[in-house]
Design a protein around this ligand. Sequence first.
Ligand code: NAD
Length: 506
Amino acid sequence: MPNLYTDLEIPQLEISLKQPLGLFINNEFCPSSDGKTIETVNPATGEPITSFQAANEEDVDKAVKAARAAFDNVWSKTSSEQRGIYLSNLLKLIEEEEDTLAALETLDSGKPFHSNAKQDLAQIMELTRYYAGAVDKFNMGETIPLSFDKFAYTLKVPFGVVAQIVPWNYPLAMACRKLQGALAAGNTVIIKPAENTSLSLLYFATLIKKAGFPPGVVNVVPGYGSVVGKALGTHMDIDKISFTGSTKVGGSVLEASGQSNLKDITLECGGKSPALVFEDADLDKAIKWVANGIFFNSGQICTANSRVYVQSSIYDKFVEKFKETSKKEWDFGGKFDPFDKDCVVGPVISSTQYDRIKGFIELGKKEEKLSMFQTSEFPVDGAKGYFIPPTIFTDVPETSKLLRDEIFGPVVVVSKFENYNDALKLANDTYYGLASAVFTRDIKKAHMFARDIKAGTVWINQTNQEEAKVPFGGFKMSGIGRESGDTGVDNYLQIKSVHVDLSLDK
Ligand code: NAD
């Protein structure tokens, strides 16, 4: 029997924990059917942390059977009030284990503990609180009078068995955004974490059990995307799939649905979000937000403002101050331990991502011969892990690959515009449509931009502020459907129409 738990120590925080390593099916940790495992690495050091069980098609099928039985026999008959009680229990457990969960995120994904991982936990608690309180208020149907003798009504019913696939940049926060929404709506779930950040969700599974959720309601199947993700996408007994990750893989999940049972689908995919800074903006404030919007989480944010357009009259001043602020607030400062309280920029997730981002930086520097600023020398001196300094390219033409492709790292391109129409055209010139930001003191211009931009989210004089109550999702190739808020729960419900004929009684 393989090891299904290991002891982990996080000496910087004096935390020790019992880390589960198995698949979580029917409220039990179990080995994968072929005994395969995946090694997970600490991106801050490049050293292995541990290995966990990797599921395969057979294990996915077992998890689907567990979720189906739980839905049919228990969960579909559980009142929404009771579901709210389970979610409230879960919230209490998350509050108790906040530091442990945040520490696991830091260890496995490299997020700075104090300035970043703890924020993820705050967001997770906020959304769990929101769904726990709202669970019995989402599912109201309507009554539709038709004639003297006839009327119809609608029921909002859960899909049944829902599969969820999440990426590595917000391992637990992204999982919880999906999980709590689907559970609040009354579905059972099979969830797959990313292969390089599975530890926090496996630990979280222990809280699911403690909170009292019946066996089979939540199942966690860690493993490779090409195996587990594909098996979930093509499974004939999954009613809905919700995916967050790259646009390319999102497309293959959509295809898998089409080739199997037309399961309903939500896709949260990539982005190349613009931030516009007008000459009448509060410049210092705009710079702080823009720097935060691209360098927080080492730029590994789907909504990162990776394209910045600045009005030509303030362009030079903006660039100078942006570099100054980035150096002052987003430098490593010699801190390469994400548990250090002064560490604000962590490593990127893996050697693969490191090489990919480095490739973009070299392309910009050497082939495209762009003007570049970095907050410190690169490659970084004194760091063992995958550290890349915040990098700013200026005067970047629209044709640049750096301006068109999602880099998903701490790399930003800055360009200028002349007027509103010019700015809008540049901002909309992308296949993506996830998010956008505008900085101006002119309320009319701000709301014109909100009207005209083709993106699912618009931030006015701020960036990257996500709220549990507010729907989130993308236009164009950034996705299909919405998560969070009432709309997010609606995404996990389907409508049944019931026609009533009273004339039969006459
Ligand atoms: P990815 O698409 O490579 O992987 C995402 C998940 O899909 C992982 O769990 C992976 O194992 C799985 N997967 C891989 N191949 C699969 C397949 N064939 N079938 C089903 N699942 C498969 O993305 P990533 O590199 O983990 O994350 C970065 C990407 O995610 C970026 O493009 C980013 O913009 C996007 N993202 C989007 C949002 C959003 O809400 N819109 C949020 C975070 C990240």
